[in-house]
Design a protein around this ligand. Sequence first.
Ligand code: NAI
Length: 340
Amino acid sequence: MKVVAYSIKPFEKEFLSKANQKKHEITLISNPLSLETAIYAEGKDAVVVFTNDDVSEKVIDKLAGLGIKYIATRSAGTDHIDRVAAGQHGIKVANVPFYSPEAIAEHAVALAFALNRNLIKADTHSHHFNFTNNGLMGFNFAGKTVGIIGLGNTGLAVAAIFKGLGCRVIGYDLDFPKDNTLVEHVPLPDLYASSDIISLHVPLNDGTRHIINQISLQQMKDGVMLINTSRGPLIKTTDVIRAIYSGKVGYLGLDVYEFEKGLFFEDHEKDAVKDELLEELMNFDNVLITPHQAYLTREALQGIADQTIKNLDLWQQNKCVGKACACANSCQVPKTLPQI
Ligand code: NAI
């Protein structure tokens, strides 16, 4: 299959090459997919994309005109892809529904630890040979209540870690996992009211966009710790900034940001004009921001590359690859793959 892969970072190449074993002819380019760069897809069968690529209706129209039949994203989330537009053109879509949920979970917990124990501030002080303990006090996670919104692969992995730390773990999910012994199922208002730490693990969809807003924030404990490693638009940034000023939110850990498209994954240090909301967030001592890197472990990268190549293999054999596909209803999902 002839493929062009967009937004490829240098560190991804070895994993893709190991997974591909030269089966598919893949052109790797660092540019994101956009209306301008779609032209690189001319003469190819498939495009491989990532979360911040523009896979909107307009771009899909252009890709269809260039003869693209398949879109494979190297991510679990498919919110960046207009799957309806893809379906209308008969373009098949695949994602990587399961790859090392521990990678994302461990990063969420790393954000929580770093915020709680002021690790960034402590390290900065130490680098200046200031070894006082002032301003570094944290709290024990043991005995605290952790609320997890979304109990799929990553939510359950986070639950296991916090359970191991001696926390009470409560959770909310539209489709709460049966037979789980880790998490107490609670209604969302109860989760907001009882949690000392809230971690978000739902995909971005119509039901979850701005799930954290002025109204939900008001229901939370004063000084709550909020962690988001899922998708930026789950949080209404302007509302959370107000809640930090008021002390309602005591700690905010973000691996994703509402307006990260065109910003994260790239170096914007020299930009004359910077994103104002992000600058405001960074002025707070109790906010920690990482650039959408929760997935970034060796194990996860190999998992992503392996599943992406498997998706291309299956398409080459005229097989469908599962739930992400807009034609899912009429496709037969092969038994060899996890049902996504
Ligand atoms: P998953 O599909 O295993 O679990 C998502 C859970 O959310 C499901 O149990 C589902 O029932 C639940 N859910 C969906 N809509 C809901 C709603 N409106 N209300 C309550 N629950 C709802 O997904 P997984 O692997 O746990 O990943 C979650 C999200 O994390 C992904 O969709 C992606 O956006 C994000 N992610 C971020 C990464 C990063 O590097 N920062 C890496 C991987 C995933």
